[in-house]
Design a protein around this ligand. Structure first.
Ligand code: GUN
Length: 300
């Protein structure tokens, strides 16, 4: 049994997934099979695992998937051509190009090539812009959208809270800030983003009512950096050497969970916190894309 202040990301993701499954059934009743295409380039082991997990949950919710794999040596034009083909295919509602891509390919150029209405990752500049503007017709990136949903469904008050985000990446840090900052219900936090050039990160962290760690540094957040009663969200997935573990390594988050859990009011475990929510939000975005194609969603 985990402590009562541990947020059960798997259970909350399952609630979202059940809602998605019901929406999938309505789309299917209109004769449309929601379809999500994954594109991977090369054999990055983590990407293989992530796409495999996304495929499994999709199947369970009634979302058809297809995974295309290009060789590590693929040229940017090859990938652009593949994206263009799925953009033009009306039986495909959603396209996800798994990051990271090999060095010869510009991620920005690829993300910009995915049709915005099929961009369930929320990485196209149109969707990034809509998020900044507070326009709900865009797609939000899955990890920050999942964290937002975790906070809401765990009863965390965001309005007026001091939110501190560690990490300024395009996938988590920056969109997370935009989501929490909006002038809207379940938003309206005072947001600080810390990064590698921030002076005295610990002093910022100690002010946080909501602390979100997405920097990719194993167990970076220690007990002395957390205000008693803060809500702590751990996005990190870091491989650390461990001779006792299978494969000689184990995965740890960006938060020193054992030290921080006793002083936090709520905290996500890792695994079983943010990860399942990221997949749940991807599939929620996917059913929304399919609803748009089925004429069920006038916003799209
Ligand atoms: N790599 C790590 N996170 C993500 C994500 O959310 N989407 C994609 N496409 N690639 C990723």
């Amino acid at each position: 049994m985990s402590a009562p202040n541990v947020i059960d990301g798997r259970a909350i993701a399952e609630q979202v997934n059940q809602e998605t499954a019901q929406r999938v059934a309505k789309v299917r009743a209109r004769g449309i099979e929601p379809r999500l295409v994954f594109i991977r380039v090369g054999q990055d082991p983590a990407s293989r695992v992530y796409v495999g997990m996304k495929e499994k949950v999709s199947a369970r919710l009634g979302i058809a998937t297809q995974t295309c794999v290009l060789p590590e040596s693929a040229r940017e034009e090859d990938l652009l051509e593949m994206v263009a083909r799925y953009n033009a295919d009306p039986s495909v509602h959603a396209i996800l190009v798994q990051s990271p891509l090999p060095r010869q390919i510009s991620e920005a150029r690829i993300f910009s090539a995915v049709a915005p209405e099929k961009d369930v990752d929320g990485f196209h500049p149109m969707n990034v812009g809509k998020l900044m503007l507070g326009d709900p017709t865009g797609f939000r990136p899955c990890t920050p959208a999942g964290i937002h949903e975790l906070l809401i469904r765990s009863g965390v008050r965001i309005e007026g809270a001091e939110a501190v985000i560690l990490g300024r990446g395009n996938i988590v840090g920056k969109p997370m800030a935009a989501i929490l900052l909006q002038k809207a219900v379940n938003a309206g936090a005072t947001v600080t983003i810390c990064h590698s050039q921030t002076r005295d990160v610990a002093s910022h962290c100690r002010r946080a009512d909501i602390l979100i760690a997405a920097i990719g540094s194993a167990q970076f957040v220690k007990a002395g950096m957390v205000k008693p009663g803060a809500v702590v969200i751990d996005v990190g997935v870091n491989r650390v050497p461990d001779p006792a573990a299978a494969g000689g390594a184990r995965l740890v988050g960006d938060v020193d969970f054992a030290a921080v859990q006793p002083i936090a009011s709520k905290i996500t475990p890792n695994p079983g916190g943010v990860g399942p929510m990221t997949i749940a939000m991807l599939l929620q975005n996917t059913v929304r894309a399919a609803e748009g194609a089925a004429g069920l969603n006038p916003a799209h």
